[in-house]
Design a protein. Structure first.
Lengths: 115, 110
C-alpha cells in the first residue's frame, strides 16, 4: 500500500537555525498538509497546500514557516529561525480529495528537537 | 468553536471484552467525523469515517463507530478487544483540515 514518507525521522537543531522537513506524499494525491503534535498534546493543523499554493493556514503558521513543493514528488516545511517551542512531532499528510470527505494519509512524522 | 471532545484520557479493558472510546462533537452543519489510531512512534492511521447515511460505520481492524445526532456523539467501538489494539485514538472533524480531539489512550490487558 502506498505510504507518505517523511525524512528525517529525528532532527536536532540549535535555536535560531533554519530547518527543512521533507515529505513525499502518495503519488496520485493532490492535497497536502502539515500538522504538529507537541509532546503530550493534541495534533494541530498547520497548513494545507493545493495546486502550488497555500489553501489554508492556522495561526501557528506565522512568517517563520513556509511550505514548498519544489518538484513533482517532495513537499517541504521550512522553519526559518527555530524557537524552543517549535520542538514537536511534525506530520505530513496527503489526500486524493479535497479533505472534507476523503481520509488524509499520514507519514510517521519527524521529531524536531530544538536545543 | 467547532470542535470534538474526548472526555477520557485513558480507557482500560481486558482482552476479549467490548470496548468503547467516546467522542462528542460541536459542529454547525453536517459533521464529517473521523477516527484515527496512533501506535508508538508512528503517524496517524485512518480507521473509519462518517459522512452521511447509516449511523453505524464499519472500519478497519474490526472497529465500528456509532453516529448519534441527538447526543452529538461518535463513539468508537469494538466487540472484542485485542492486546494489539492498545494505542492512542483520536477523533477528528473535517473542515478540509482535520480538527482533532485530545486523544484517548486505550490499554488492553491480557
Amino acid at each position: 500500500e502506498p505510504e507518505v514518507t517523511q525524512t528525517p525521522s529525528h532532527q536536532v537543531t540549535q535555536m535560531g537555525q533554519e530547518v527543512i522537513l521533507r515529505c513525499v506524499p502518495i503519488s496520485n494525491h493532490l492535497y497536502f498538509y502539515w500538522y504538529r503534535q507537541i509532546l503530550g498534546q493534541k495534533v494541530e493543523f498547520l497548513v494545507s497546500f493545493y495546486n502550488n499554493e497555500i489553501s489554508e493556514k492556522s495561526e501557528i503558521f506565522d512568517d517563520q514557516f513556509s511550505v514548498e513543493r519544489p518538484d513533482g514528488s517532495n513537499f517541504t516545511l521550512k522553519i526559518r529561525s527555530t524557537k524552543l517551542e517549535d520542538s514537536a512531532m511534525y506530520f505530513c499528510a496527503s489526500s486524493v480529495d479535497r479533505g472534507r470527505t476523503g481520509p488524509q494519509h499520514f507519514g510517521d512524522g519527524t521529531r524536531l528537537s530544538i536545543l | 468553536a467547532q470542535s470534538v471532545a474526548q472526555p477520557e484520557d485513558q480507557v482500560n479493558v481486558a482482552e476479549g471484552n467490548p470496548l468503547t472510546v467516546k467522542c462528542t462533537y460541536s459542529v454547525s452543519g453536517n459533521p464529517y467525523l473521523f477516527w484515527y489510531v496512533q501506535y508508538p512512534n508512528r503517524g496517524l492511521q485512518f480507521l473509519l469515517k462518517y459522512i452521511t447515511g447509516d449511523n453505524l460505520v464499519k472500519g478497519s481492524y474490526g472497529f465500528e463507530a456509532e453516529f448519534n445526532k441527538s447526543q452529538t456523539s461518535f463513539h468508537l467501538k469494538k466487540p472484542s478487544a485485542l492486546v494489539s489494539d492498545s494505542a492512542l485514538y483520536f477523533c477528528a472533524v473535517s473542515f478540509q483540515k482535520l480538527v482533532f480531539g485530545t486523544g484517548t489512550r486505550l490499554l488492553v490487558s491480557p
